[in-house]
Design a protein around this ligand. Structure first.
Ligand code: ZN
Length: 260
């Protein structure tokens, strides 16, 4: 495992970029850490959303079905955190790499849609997205607006009158896009892991699939994780670890890759 510190020890940067440019199907996997610089705190961090709304009390399918008013207290808080947020340099760097044909696409655990806002085209959202409301009764998908989040009672479907929920995956619901993700990962030989310690299923299993292809893992995180040192159950460790601010590191990485 080789450590690269942007603005500090960059001696392995050239090697990392060279290998990246010759990868056949490079992908990125992103998590909460990439959006922190956009003003969206990690839900798990101290003071984060989960400390105010315990997931098993607010964010489950069961709570939505049985106590939608209570579930909507949480959805409103989530909505106000995500509203008006803009992509940061890390999102833009990944979008740029895709536009230059150097990155196939992004798998994300985030629901904030900042990858699309930054210009990424291939975005596989494991946990859904927050821009729409979903009707579990008839399948209607409505674009979310401020009114939906302002009203005291939960918004209802204009087609069938059933109570709507944000188009995000609640606990107790199936995660999404897995068939497509597993198919891509069969051919993926390089994975950029950004802003996630990949502890949560199903993201946790993805780096080891790439390792099975003799692929490479590039990690962009503030601090070392179990992935960095190969302490995951699958012993899939990072080959290159960009330590520090992901926005700064990805910008450096994308600039160097574009200039090579
Ligand atoms: Zn409906």
């Amino acid at each position: 495992m080789k450590i690269i510190v942007p603005g500090g020890d960059e001696r392995y940067l050239g090697e990392a970029v060279r290998k990246f440019r010759s990868a056949r199907l490079p992908l990125a996997l992103t998590g909460a850490g990439i959006s922190v610089a956009s003003g969206i705190p990690d839900f798990r961090s101290p003071g984060g959303l989960w400390t105010r709304f315990a997931p098993n009390e607010y964010a489950t399918l069961e709570v939505f079905l049985q106590k939608p008013e209570k579930a909507w207290q949480f959805y409103r808080a989530l909505g106000s955190i995500l509203q008006g947020k803009e992509p940061n340099e890390a999102h833009y760097a990944l979008a740029r790499l895709e536009q230059q044909g150097l990155l196939h696409g992004v798998i994300t655990q985030n629901v904030d849609m900042l990858h699309q806002r930054a210009g990424s085209k291939v975005v596989l959202e494991i946990h859904g997205e927050h821009r729409h409301l979903q009707c579990l009764q008839c399948g209607e998908l409505e674009e979310a607006n401020e009114e939906h989040y302002r009203t005291r009672s939960p918004p209802v479907c204009r087609q069938c009158g059933y109570i709507l929920k944000p188009n995000v995956v609640l606990y107790g619901e199936a995660v999404r896009k897995l068939d497509e993700i597993y198919f891509l990962l069969q051919h993926c030989d390089l994975l950029l892991v950004v802003g996630t310690s990949v502890q949560v299923h199903p993201a946790a299993a993805l780096p080891s699939l790439v390792k099975q292809n003799n692929g490479l893992i590039y990690e962009f995180n503030l601090e070392g994780t179990t992935l960095t040192w190969g302490q995951t159950t699958a012993r899939a460790g990072s080959d290159f670890f960009f330590r520090g601010d992901a926005a700064k590191a990805l910008q450096l990485f994308a600039d160097t890759a574009a200039a090579s």
